[in-house]
Write a protein that binds this ligand. Structure first.
Ligand code: FAD
Length: 650
């Protein structure tokens, strides 16, 4: 892909610990260690004073060792190596599978109902709690930098429910106070703007060009006239065919009804069934360069490009082409909830430096006060979690990490059973524990493998819950003078490996100070959604997931170094010198799958949705997780926890 040598890219540099296990063992996805050999050497790693997952770099997210037992279960090989499970003799009021925000919220809601002494065990297969809401820490010289490994912020296209908002309040997060902590003007005051990087493989030349918001530049503080000015500059500099440029102008300035003679409802019905790429190509009839330019714009929300995003949703996002179509502003049938604007929801936003890992950490502090010191939603930002306290005999609530639930079943007949038995794999062995009730707050695709007694229709619905694969990469830089020289803080790169690059949001809170000067170390966030344009959405996600599992960290690192060099080289960026550490948060099972009017006919036609079938309580087993609402947001993880707790038997 590039002529840059490994030496020029700094591949030889000793950056903070790389994950050699992945680089060596997980090459073609096949050469993984069997689950029962992983970690067998140390059965209680969390008790070590050195155990501190947020500071690990290299390949994180679904890290090596976290998925092997579940994949072995899926492949039908797990029980061959498992032997007879060892009974821990532990009895709980509630066992929760999944230590993400849904599982942690479920524990919190349950204790409010059952009392603070209720005995709760939370199992999670990862080495850290929080599910997608993970914290990445870096030290660069004397600077401490915090990053989000997954969930970025409190935000949702629709307003938070009473329960979700109530929980945020209870955790002490004052959402309205956010402007106090966010220096919203910092980058603009330094003259930095959103830009677009054209790569030579897709557009014939490498070029960084100023990007108007309507072209995926994405800055919300642009005024409309500012955006038109930027569009002019963009059109002058962009390496696009002359026809594409005139089509772009037409798309932005010509308010034309492209579907004349139809009512607003008829138009929306048509737009719901055609992709935005088809709309641009076949209805507006733009040059192919325009389609390429917009291809990756919706990826941060959908994990898909415009080939698989309905034109009706594109209208909801304010993408161009609909100005003259006289569409009634009410949402059309089958619109994705992400695409329905809501002013109240837009105002409810809060970004902690580690994203919603702060919510997970505040929940853990409520459940196990000894594990995280302090008492406010601001002092938690710098508080170091004590992982040795998460699974302590003294605490009624225990969080057992590195533990994959492999079988969940009622003790006796589901209708009359008084207990549920949960078997879990940990440190190469299998253990069992019992509880009066169980909540499965884990990914729905896993549930059919671990809970075989569920009705077949429900198992099918659970299995249909796709996950959207994503890479959230944090690169710690020693300085960001190259960004300053190129006058940019955010880059959209439609043809590149990571399609978004951005300097960390300038948030200082609870004693944590963000970088304000370009000579200071900073985190750069990069995002990739490994989709396969042209295929149906679920197939794209499956193919992307396989791609992520089959890509070594070394390959990802080379791509990161290469892309940053090509994008920022003219500003003096030197990958070998400037990069201090890299953490790639790999989420093959990322966002909950949201229904799509192009591929899910029930979403347009109405009727029971798969997630409603999937989340039905069965005996003493209730089902939570954001998957239960087919909605990839923190508030949904909380809503579903609340519902699941309410459905438990006494
Ligand atoms: C990269 C990314 C960015 C996001 N950004 C935002 C955002 O900015 N704002 C927002 O509101 N939402 C965001 N979301 C969505 C949001 O993170 C989720 O909706 C929410 O955190 C999901 O919480 P959850 O507990 O339902 O699931 P998860 O966080 O996935 O937690 C489920 C846990 O169960 C574990 N598990 C699975 N199987 C087993 C098993 N057999 N045994 C034990 N444990 C198991 C999983 O490993 C996981 O840790 C983002 C999601 C991703 C992936």
């Amino acid at each position: 892909m590039s002529d840059l040598s490994d030496r020029e890219l700094g591949m030889h540099r000793n950056i903070t610990r790389r994950d050699f296990l992945n680089g060596v063992a997980v090459t073609a996805g096949a050469a993984m260690l069997p689950w029962h050999l992983l970690a067998a050497a140390d059965n209680d790693p969390e008790k070590s004073p050195d155990y501190y997952p947020p500071a690990l770099t290299g390949l994180r997210g679904s890290h090596p060792g976290s998925f092997d037992a579940a994949h072995s279960l899926r492949d039908g090989t797990f029980w061959d190596a498992a032997g007879t499970p060892q009974d821990t003799g532990e009895a709980y009021d509630l066992i929760i599978v999944g230590g993400g925000i849904s599982g942690l919220s479920a524990a919190h809601f349950y204790r409010k109902l059952a009392g603070a002494n209720a005995r709760v065990l939370i199992l999670d297969n990862h080495d850290d709690f929080g599910g997608h809401a993970k914290r990445n820490e870096f030290r660069v010289g004397n600077a401490f930098r915090l990053g989000f490994g997954g969930t970025f912020s409190i935000e949702s296209p629709a307003p938070y429910s009473k329960e979700a908002r109530g929980l945020i309040d209870e955790l002490g997060i004052d959402v309205a106070s956010y402007p106090k902590y966010h220096d919203a003007k910092l980058y603009r005051s330094l003259g930095l703007r959103s830009k677009i990087f054209f790569d030579k493989e897709t557009f014939g030349t490498d070029r960084l060009v100023v990007g108007p918001a309507s072209l995926g530049g994405g800055e919300k503080d642009y005024s409309a006239s500012d955006d038109l000015e930027t569009l002019k500059q963009f059109l002058a500099e962009a390496p696009l065919a002359a026809q594409a440029k005139s089509d772009l102008e037409r798309l932005h300035h010509e308010a034309k009804d492209y579907l004349p003679g139809l009512s607003s409802t008829e138009k929306k019905a048509k737009l719901a069934r055609m992709s935005y790429a088809t709309f641009l190509r076949d209805v507006v009839k733009v040059h192919e360069d325009v389609v390429k330019l917009y291809q990756a714009v919706p990826q941060p929300l959908f994990g898909l490009g415009i080939d698989a995003v309905p034109a009706q949703d594109a209208w909801g996002f304010d993408l161009p082409g609909f100005e003259g179509m006289n569409l009634d502003p009410a949402p059309g049938k089958g619109m994705n909830r992400d695409a329905i604007p809501n002013e109240e929801a837009e105002k409810y936003f809060f970004h902690f430096p580690d994203g919603n890992a702060t919510i997970a950490r505040l929940l853990v502090r409520k459940l196990i006060p000894d594990a995280i010191a302090g008492n406010s939603a601001t002092d938690v930002v710098l508080a170091r979690a004590n992982y040795a306290k998460l699974d302590s005999p003294a605490s009624p609530v225990k969080i057992r990490l590195n533990s994959t639930a492999v079988r969940v079943k009622h003790v006796g007949d589901a209708a009359g059973a008084k207990e549920v038995e949960v078997a879990y794999a940990r440190g190469g062995k299998v253990y069992t524990a019992r509880a009066k009730n169980c909540i499965l707050a884990c990914w729905h695709v896993v549930i059919p493998y671990i809970c075989e007694e569920l009705p077949q229709k429900q198992r099918d619905a659970l299995a249909s819950a796709q996950k959207v694969p994503l890479l959230y990469t944090n690169v710690a830089l020693r300085n960001w003078t190259s960004f300053q020289k190129l006058n940019t803080n955010a880059v959209y790169a439609p043809g590149c490996y990571h399609t978004r690059i951005g300097l960390d949001l300038a948030v200082s809170i609870g004693g944590y100070e963000c970088a304000r000067k370009s000579e200071e170390p900073i985190l750069v966030h990069m995002m990739k959604t490994p989709c396969k344009p042209g295929r149906p959405s679920r197939e794209q996600h499956t193919a992307g997931r396989i791609e992520l599992f089959n890509t070594t960290f070394e390959t990802m690192e080379r791509k990161i170094r290469e892309q940053l060099t090509r994008t920022l080289g003219a500003g003096g960026f030197d990958a070998a010198r400037d990069i201090a550490a890299i953490t790639v948060n790999r989420w093959p099972h990322g966002y909950a799958y949201e229904y799509n009017s192009l591929f899910d006919s029930f979403w347009v036609e109405g009727g029971e949705t798969p997630c409603e079938v999937a989340r039905k309580t069965f005996g003493r087993i209730a089902i939570a997780n954001a998957d239960a609402g087919a909605y990839a947001y923190t508030d949904e993880a909380i809503n579903q926890a609340w519902r699941a707790v309410g459905e438990l038997k006494s």
